[in-house]
Ligand binder design. Sequence first.
Ligand SMILES: *[C@@H]1O[C@H](CO)[C@@H](O)[C@H](O)[C@H]1NC(C)=O
Ligand SMILES: *[C@@H]1O[C@H](CO)[C@@H](O)[C@H](O)[C@H]1NC(C)=O
Ligand SMILES: *[C@@H]1O[C@H](CO)[C@@H](O)[C@H](O)[C@H]1NC(C)=O
Ligand SMILES: *[C@@H]1O[C@H](CO)[C@@H](O)[C@H](O)[C@H]1NC(C)=O
Ligand SMILES: *[C@@H]1O[C@H](CO)[C@@H](O)[C@H](O)[C@H]1NC(C)=O
Length: 494
Amino acid sequence: MLPPRILGLLVILLAVQGLCKPTKSTEDLDYEDDTPFEEEDEENEEEDENLGPVEAPPQILSQRISLRVKAGSTVILPCQVIHTENYAVAWMKDNKILYFEAQPHVEDSKRIVRLPNNSLAIYNASASDSSNDYKCSILRQPDSINLTHRLLVDPIREQSAASPPPQHSHKGIIRVMPSRRVEVNQGHTIKLGCETDTQPPPEIKWFIENKKVDGYDPDVILDGNYITIRKVNRSHSGLYQCLAEDGSKTPAMEAINVIVHYVPEIEVKRHIVHSGESIESEMTCIVSAYPEAIITWYKDGKEITHKKGSIVLHHGVMKGNKTKHVLKILHTSMQDFGEYECRAENSVGRDTKSITLTGVPSQARISGAEMTNNDAGIILKWHLESYSPIREYRLQYRRKGDEKWNVIQPEVKDGKGNQFTVEHPIEELQPGSYEAILTARNAFGWSVPSEPHMFTGDYPSEMAQKDGNSAAIQTPGILLALILVVLSCAFTSL
Ligand SMILES: *[C@@H]1O[C@H](CO)[C@@H](O)[C@H](O)[C@H]1NC(C)=O
Ligand SMILES: *[C@@H]1O[C@H](CO)[C@@H](O)[C@H](O)[C@H]1NC(C)=O
Ligand SMILES: *[C@@H]1O[C@H](CO)[C@@H](O)[C@H](O)[C@H]1NC(C)=O
Ligand SMILES: *[C@@H]1O[C@H](CO)[C@@H](O)[C@H](O)[C@H]1NC(C)=O
Ligand SMILES: *[C@@H]1O[C@H](CO)[C@@H](O)[C@H](O)[C@H]1NC(C)=O
């Protein structure tokens, strides 16, 4: 056992180490529809500097197979790999990613499952699972190692066309036009139809996603047996059903599935990411696209790729054709600061958004305002983040209408980790409204100026005398009102 004094010292040392640990540079984004996605293996975060034996080449041990099964069967496609510690392994079907490592890129990831031994299991297979190109791929530069399987799923025979349909069936009454499945690119015009030969002609009623067509969308034009959609966009995707109203209890119905291919749209929640040297920086793009877009990150026109121990690229699937893409720089250095770009591209088009990674302090936000003791001034309080020590603050304020700013330098106090607060009184206010702006500087430069904070020194002119103290004692009601005005200003600007 260690003597208690040394033990105590150790505990303190550990605690201090804990405090000094770099914090993450980004707040957690809170997307409601965010599906959790798995953290990449921790081993990626370790610098691999050991000069051990040359690593064995990665390999796929399984053999290619061709399977033919009946609809409803369970299919297991094997892909046993070795020496893939430093490589990602993906499953693809027709060159579309199904699984990237253990992360699903398929919507029905309960039915199509990547097993722990890296086999791909397909439960309740259907004809649409058929493909000559199920590929298991060890993603190695410059050329991946692939294993391709073939799968043919025989659909369950519906009633053979030869046998006569039952008398009361409505099958075949409606012919859909152009087909039961319509894929269309954004911006085009499509015409859907349900045609019948029965006499007298039944009235055709249309439903979109089980809702009666209401004529609310000016681009969806209803004309009896036909629907025309002009300037198709992604909101027009869905099931279009038509019902032949013939007065019977079981009117015939048909449906057309409209699938709109649309240009990717990138959403960035944080356009400026504040970080510092040797800490982790994280940038995120959310992409909505159909078909799924391919996302690439760029800095200064150069593509960024996964780099063991320093750069991690994450992908995650979210609801509603959205994917989440994270670029992590594990140990940020000076050269990493700058403009980043995430680019999303699919067969229809592309979108690009930029994110700035910077070491300067974040934009300060007002966090409080209160009267000074002599009631002739106001104490303003700001909050900001900086991942390196603050060197100076600059507080400027002026009365509305004045051209000149008053500039003061609030004192720099130690922050708590990367969180800093600034508090400074502004004295001798005149009646009227004021605005104040705070900027902060650290080793990397000046922050963006805070949003101007409005406050008022608006009290009756007799109180604007030098002797503010005695005036305040005589008229506490007015003072209270003044405080309320100031406070309400402070909180509306939060
Ligand atoms: C992988 O695991 C599944 C389920 O446990 C099993 O059926 C299959 O045979 C395994 N494949 C290989 C190649 O070990
Ligand atoms: C299997 O898939 C078919 C459609 O392909 C579906 O109708 C059926 O309910 C599924 N069965 C199970 C057990 O999930
Ligand atoms: C493996 O598949 C990838 C992606 O489809 C392709 O780019 C690559 O050339 C293939 N590698 C080999 C050796 O066939
Ligand atoms: C799609 O088009 C409709 C009607 O023309 C419009 O109201 C809607 O905002 C569009 N949606 C998108 C995502 O562009
Ligand atoms: C994804 O987009 C396609 C085509 O626009 C659409 O058919 C499908 O319903 C969408 N999926 C989700 C989950 O919104």
